[in-house]
Design a protein around this ligand. Structure first.
Ligand code: NAD
Length: 460
């Protein structure tokens, strides 16, 4: 979904809420001005910062690289959102991702607002010195707007705990005497990070699907409900005696962990395709994910030739990067970038469940098409919140006498994600309206945001 599509969806949902009057607080609001005011606020952004950071490349050339921080809304708490390093970064994309953070944090009832950052750079083309410089310069330039009680970034596409550690180090250097521990989340454990943060988004993404199939659906199927079209597909999948075939676009942090989670479920799943920017690898009988993880840990990408597959000791057919989207599968995990499934390729998708580990990989029209055709989409703001749930624990950890163990973190993540998923699936399957899962998630999030805005006196 693009930024404009996100805004359109916000308006559509607020218009629905206006008619439904979900809270007694708004019963005298006959002209709907509370809702019109809320839509105006949520569709617009508090602050957009664009700057050019100066980086001296190893060849002696100076480059000025566009860098962004977008602070969308902080009615729920301090601004919070990742920083991505990618050659696709632009202002519209970063703003859209910041809006999604506000909605996601509201849906998951986390005490954070929404923000996002980005640097227009391909980290694969930077030497370690250049990467370090870009990270430090980003903090130097954005410093007045960042901080543990203002705006707390985290890793995202193309960044990781190493980059975040450098950023914390720079923040500490340029703000002597100020508190810095909670200036960023997604730090390494030795630098105040929390165990399990790296895996959290991938684990949470898979959980949002597996909870539906393994727990919610099983306890719900004896109840009388008007079922959305997707019910039949889910039932067929669960009752099949064949393993569920999983395809994963993006074998980075989120996608590789989600693929690994799929294989932990005994014989229920096989991963038949994985991809990255360069390649799709297929194997109808199931790929050896453990070996692909080992290979990609070492090379930071998948094998992309017969020789490299041999080196990885993996049996697979090689195809183009986009082939993963239309490969024969039951569950398609989208864990790469935005705008991957559009009106152009939606009819070629064979999966019956689409799981958004990435932000905004499906356009609005494609989303509606899938709902009308009985294909469930588990949307980004529901599925990929594991990272921000665990970031919240990291943020809280500095008040603890001893750090959380990985077990504490995974238990808390599972409990929180399960609660939110349960609420969403109850609304989705038991509602007579048959709205898309995404619309339902927006509804729940916007009900919270509108109430907070109203209580804070912002809608007068
Ligand atoms: P990553 O950099 O670790 O991995 C990204 C993967 O996607 C890589 O395998 C890369 O090769 C592949 N990729 C990039 N561009 C592609 C393209 N155009 N086509 C196909 N594959 C492509 O990033 P990540 O942290 O795993 O993030 C992936 C997605 O998940 C992003 O959309 C990010 O915003 C979202 N997300 C991440 C987190 C987190 O905690 N890391 C949290 C929430 C959402």
């Amino acid at each position: 979904m693009s930024r404009d599509e996100t805004r359109t969806l916000i308006q559509e949902v607020v218009d629905k809420l206006k008619k439904e009057t979900f809270s007694n607080e708004f019963t005298n609001n006959e002209n709907g001005e509370v809702f019109d005011s809320a839509a105006e606020i949520i569709k617009t952004t508090d602050k957009i910062i664009k700057s050019y950071i100066r980086v001296s490349r190893d060849n002696g050339v100076i480059e000025r690289i566009p860098a962004y921080r977008v602070q969308h809304n902080n009615i729920s708490g301090f601004y919070k959102g990742g920083i991505r390093f990618s050659p696709a970064v632009n202002e519209e994309e970063v703003e859209n991702l910041a809006i999604l953070m506000t909605i996601k944090n509201a849906l998951h009832e986390l005490p954070f607002g929404g923000a996002k950052g980005g640097v227009f750079v391909d980290p694969r083309n930077l030497s370690p010195r250049e990467l370090n410089l870009v990270s430090k310069k980003y903090v130097q330039r954005l410093k007045p707007d960042l901080g543990p009680t203002k705006d707390i970034p985290a890793p995202d596409l193309g960044t990781n705990d190493k980059v975040i550690d450098w950023m914390v180090g720079e923040y500490k250097t340029i703000t002597p005497g100020e508190s810095y521990v909670n200036s960023f989340t997604g730090k390494s454990a030795v630098n105040g990070g929390v165990a399990g943060r790296r895996e959290a988004t991938g684990i949470g993404t898979f959980l949002s699907y597996y909870y539906l199939r393994d727990q919610w659906f099983k306890q719900a199927k004896t109840m009388k409900v008007t079922r959305p079209k997707s019910w039949k597909n889910l039932e067929t999948l669960i009752h099949s005696d064949q393993p569920t075939r999983v395809a994963v676009q993006g074998f980075g942090n989120v996608g590789s962990i989600a693929a690994n989670e799929a294989l932990k479920c005994e014989d229920e799943h096989i991963v038949t395709a994985v991809s990255d920017e360069d390649v799709t690898l297929h194997n109808r009988k199931g790929l050896d994910i453990e070996r692909l993880l080992a290979y990609s840990e070492q090379h930071r990408r998948l094998p992309r030739s017969a020789e490299e597959l041999k080196e990885a000791n993996v049996q697979a057919d090689i195809d183009s990067p986009s082939a993963v989207l239309t490969s024969e599968c039951d569950l398609l995990i989208l864990a790469a970038v935005e705008g991957q499934i559009t009106e152009e390729n939606m009819k070629d998708v064979s999966a019956k469940i689409l799981l958004e580990g990435a932000n905004a990989p499906i356009t609005k029209n494609a989303d509606e098409y899938f709902e009308n055709n009985g294909i469930i989409v588990i949307p980004d703001i529901l599925a990929n919140a594991g990272g921000v749930h665990v970031s919240y624990l990291e943020w809280m950890q500095s008040n603890n006498d001893k750090p959380y163990t990985k077990e504490d973190v995974i238990t808390a993540l599972t409990d929180k994600m399960t609660d939110v998923c349960h609420r969403v699936y109850d609304h989705y399957f038991y509602s007579e309206n048959h709205e898309t899962t995404r619309m339902l998630c927006y509804k729940l999030a916007l009900m919270r945001l509108i109430t907070l805005l109203y209580r804070h006196g912002k809608l007068y």
